[in-house]
Ligand binder design. Structure first.
Ligand SMILES: Nc1ncnc2c1ncn2[C@@H]1O[C@H](COP(=O)(O)OP(=O)(O)O)[C@@H](O)[C@H]1O
Ligand SMILES: [Mg+2]
Length: 256
């Protein structure tokens, strides 16, 4: 079965795009045939992964025909493909569709696709129509959170929305919560860890993505953390992403 995994949090800046990018690259590096879909109109993911533009997501959604691997854009990585966001994926685009199709646009174009081991979908920092499209087209959700009280509160709202998506997509599973931008040893993190673990105990991944400016620097150079850190002796970002990807694979094995 193809694993379609949405990276969701209506809060911005929590690391959705960074995780989609580097998890996608990590899976591809490990030999899995992987695709990433940029469902955020800000198109940060499309910037971060160098590719040769083929067809953009918006025009494929409007065309409505089921897509194949030929519709994806080729990236600079072997095994990694992208549906880039070239034109705005926003309310106006969905407004041009039949209302009955609006929430199912992504699911409908992905339905004949069987080529990939993983598809990771990056989403916008809101719970609008594009994000619901991602939730309806996915079988798993990964939720990045920063250790702060607002994230802990926001996650409850997010769960409500995931539950409403489940009404039309009963298969949707929360694969896990990944904590990001974690300063190991900082008091605030220890304080926040308790409520987060209490509410989402079984779903919090053991891995944390530590605070690491190299994620930012890599993206500024339109590259991934593995490539960027390859010239440094310390490779914290690469280690965190590799460890996270292993946990993702383990959990998928258990849930599929
Ligand atoms: N672990 C991290 N440590 C430091 N900076 C990070 C980390 N993860 C992401 N960032 C940076 O934080 C900013 C927001 O991350 P991003 O992935 O774009 O979040 P989102 O997609 O949720 O809005 C980006 O500049 C990114 O490079
Ligand atoms: Mg983003």
């Amino acid at each position: 079965m193809m694993n379609i995994i949405s990276i969701i949090n209506n809060k911005g800046g929590v690391g959705k795009t960074t995780i989609t990018q580097n998890l996608g690259v990590c899976m591809a590096k490990n030999g899995y045939k992987t695709a990433v879909i940029d469902f955020d109109a800000q198109a940060n993911l499309s910037y971060s992964i160098k590719h040769t533009l083929n067809k953009d997501l918006g025009s494929l959604l409007l065309k409505k025909a089921p897509i194949t691997i030929e519709d994806f854009s080729i990236t600079e990585y072997k095994n990694l493909y992208i549906l880039p966001n070239d034109k705005d994926i926003n309310g106006a685009l969905f407004g041009r569709m039949n209302p009955a199709d609006q929430l199912f646009a992504l699911k409908n174009i992905l339905k004949d696709l069987n080529t990939f081991d993983f598809i990771f979908i990056d989403t916008a920092p809101n719970l609008d129509t594009p994000t619901f499209n991602a939730l309806i087209a996915s079988n798993h959700v990964v939720i990045p959170v920063e250790y702060d009280i607002f994230s802990a509160i926001g996650i409850a709202v997010l769960y409500d929305n995931i539950n409403s998506a489940k009404q039309v997509n009963a298969d949707l599973n929360v694969l896990g919560v990944i904590t990001t931008k974690v300063h190991k040893g900082r008091k605030i993190n220890n304080e926040m860890q308790a409520p987060l673990i209490k509410h989402f105990k079984e779903v919090v991944f053991n891995t944390s993505i530590r605070t690491n400016e190299k994620f930012k620097q890599a993206q500024a150079e339109q590259t991934d953390i593995f490539t960027f850190e390859s010239s440094f002796s310390e490779k914290r970002g690469s280690e965190d992403m590799e460890s996270f990807s292993k946990e993702v694979i383990e959990r998928l094995k258990k849930s599929n």
